[in-house]
Design a binder for this molecule. Structure first.
Ligand code: GUN
Ligand code: FE
Length: 517
């Protein structure tokens, strides 16, 4: 059945701009694609506008209430489904000790297919109800458990990438949780990819769940396995790749030593794993040299600030990545991150950017000709020069669509428009689905959230809309503000699952408070 939504809509446009449309009509086809959009329609013209587009009998019109709005669903570009059981524990450690003490023991439980079958439905349900319509999942190293994860995601109707971890380097993973050898790792990689590609397609005739090549991180894979993964990927250019990079200082040092390489990005590049569809988790300690290489290859970074704070990893220089033309999305990195919600990632991305701005009291930006003091022993305008030479469009659409001046973001606070972009369109760009999701446009998939900040949602953190209290004709002396933009900001900073009435993927309601009723 086709559906038409009428009411407030938030639509991201670029890194610095979004539309807040209080009276928008969006029509969605029975297959879940956006049929048409009329951005500003007064109440009295709604029926006529719909009629002009040819209303079929089988159309449901949903009129939003005051305090409700529709926005694109969140895209979580880096999370570990298998680590959800560890949410909120282990924050006393840094990365390498945390992996050994908390993460590997928990992941090894998924050797039991029965445990996977009991756990993954609850895990995926939580992620969906947090408002994530597209999710890049890491599973465990187990083939069968990861098939179960893909099957559950598919059954629940979420858009996703599901990866089985490659990790065969004995000594760098514990004996009880490591693949036998590179042969076994490759065999199971082919099997999980084939399994995921055999799942039925969506109503729009395309896959909703995609495979993703997942070498866990450089030091978990032997060089001969990395060679084979790179060769395998070269034969399949559309296969998206995810891995971790430069998250923690001790990890970086160990990696450079093991691979005798002078940069972490250089290790992945050596094995042909750095390319247009590589999603690099974290990137906290990337140098500008690496940023230029990542941009040149068209790869992008999943910024996971909740995890980076929780595991004391540091603060990724997101503004500088953007100024280098690198694609950036947000990731929860459960359970390095203690929340499965992209809302937490948004809040922490904002806070991290403010801390970076404070740490650079000169306030000078990375800009043409006059670079400020960066305190990283590097000259930012080298990046700017490179950026000019290789301009974002030279790589066939790599690099974010938001046109901006060089130096616009480095060490600056991220605005609401930028945060919204990273959580939606930026994520879509990172996983190479920008022509399908991330914003509302005719022909794109309708992957959306129906958000409510009305008091009746029961979230005491939000000063929500309450008609009995707020509508009395009193003229306020406050500066006039846009109530819809304020509503978005309140939701991003104070909202939670209670404010998400519907989670919609490919036009279909797959989660949210309404589905629970
Ligand atoms: N590096 C290698 N494995 C992991 C993981 O599971 N989580 C995080 N945050 N970093 C990693
Ligand atoms: Fe991670």
């Amino acid at each position: 059945m086709a559906t038409i939504y009428y009411g407030s809509v938030i639509n991201p446009k670029t890194l610095t701009d979004y539309d807040a449309l209080p009276r928008c009509l969006i029509a969605v086809t029975a297959t879940g694609n956006i049929d048409w959009i009329v951005e500003d329609v007064v109440d009295s013209m709604v029926q006529e506008t719909i009629a002009q587009h040819g209303l079929t009998d089988d159309t449901c019109v949903v009129t939003l209430k005051p305090g409700e709005f529709i926005m694109p669903g969140f895209i979580d570009t880096h999370t570990h489904a298998v680590q959800v059981p560890n949410l909120g524990i282990g924050g006393e450690f840094e990365l390498l000790d945390w992996l050994n003490n908390y993460t590997f023991p928990t992941e090894s439980r998924f050797e039991s297919v029965d445990y996977a079958k009991r756990s993954y439905p609850d895990i995926v349900r939580r992620v969906i109800n947090s408002g994530t319509t597209t999710c890049c999942y890491y599973g465990s190293l187990h083939l069968t458990a990861t098939k179960v994860l893909a099957d559950v995601v598919h059954e629940y109707g979420q858009r996703a990438f599901v990866g089985r971890c490659n990790m065969n380097w004995h000594g760098h993973s514990p004996d009880y949780y490591v693949e036998k050898d590179a042969d076994e790792s490759m065999e199971n990689t082919v099997k999980i990819i084939d399994h995921i590609r055999s799942l039925p397609h969506s109503s729009a005739g395309e896959p909703l769940v995609h495979p993703i090549l997942t070498p866990r991180f450089a030091m978990s894979c032997t060089p001969d396995l990395l060679v084979r993964l790179g060769e395998y990927a070269a034969e399949d250019q559309g296969l998206v790749i995810q891995t971790h990079i430069s998250e923690n200082k001790a990890e970086v040092e160990k990696t450079l030593e093991l691979f005798k390489c002078d940069s972490y990005a250089g290790v992945y590049d050596r094995y042909k794993l750095l390319r247009h569809n590589t999603i690099l988790g974290h990137g906290v300690h990337l140098t500008e040299h690496e940023m230029r290489l990542i941009h040149k290859r068209g790869a992008g970074v999943s910024h996971c600030p909740t995890s980076n704070f929780y595991l004391s990893s540091g603060m990724a220089r997101v503004g500088m990545l953007l100024d280098h033309g690198v694609k950036v999305g947000l990731g929860t990195d459960v359970a390095g991150g203690y929340s499965p919600s992209i809302l937490s990632a948004i809040q922490h991305a904002s806070i991290a950017s403010k801390m970076l701005a404070i740490q650079d009291p000169s306030g000078e930006k990375c800009s043409h000709g006059h670079h400020g003091h960066h305190g990283h022993g590097e000259h930012c305008q080298q990046g700017a020069a490179e950026h000019h030479e290789h301009g974002g469009h030279e790589h066939g659409g790599h690099g974010h669509g938001g046109h901006h001046n060089i130096g616009e973001f480095t060490n600056q606070k991220l605005s609401i428009a930028t945060l919204l972009y990273l959580a939606t369109l930026g994520g879509a760009e990172l996983c190479c689905l920008k022509d399908r999701i991330g914003s509302f446009k005719e022909g794109k998939a309708f992957d959306a959230l129906l958000v409510s900040i009305r008091d009746e949602t029961g979230n005491p953190a939000i000063w929500g809309f309450n008609p009995g209290r707020d509508v009395d004709g009193h003229t306020s002396h406050e500066i006039p503000r846009d109530p819809l933009k304020e509503g978005l900001e309140r939701f991003l900073f104070c909202g939670d699952d209670r404010n998400i009435r519907r989670v919609i993927v490919q036009g279909k309601v797959i989660g949210g408070q309404e589905l629970k009723l």
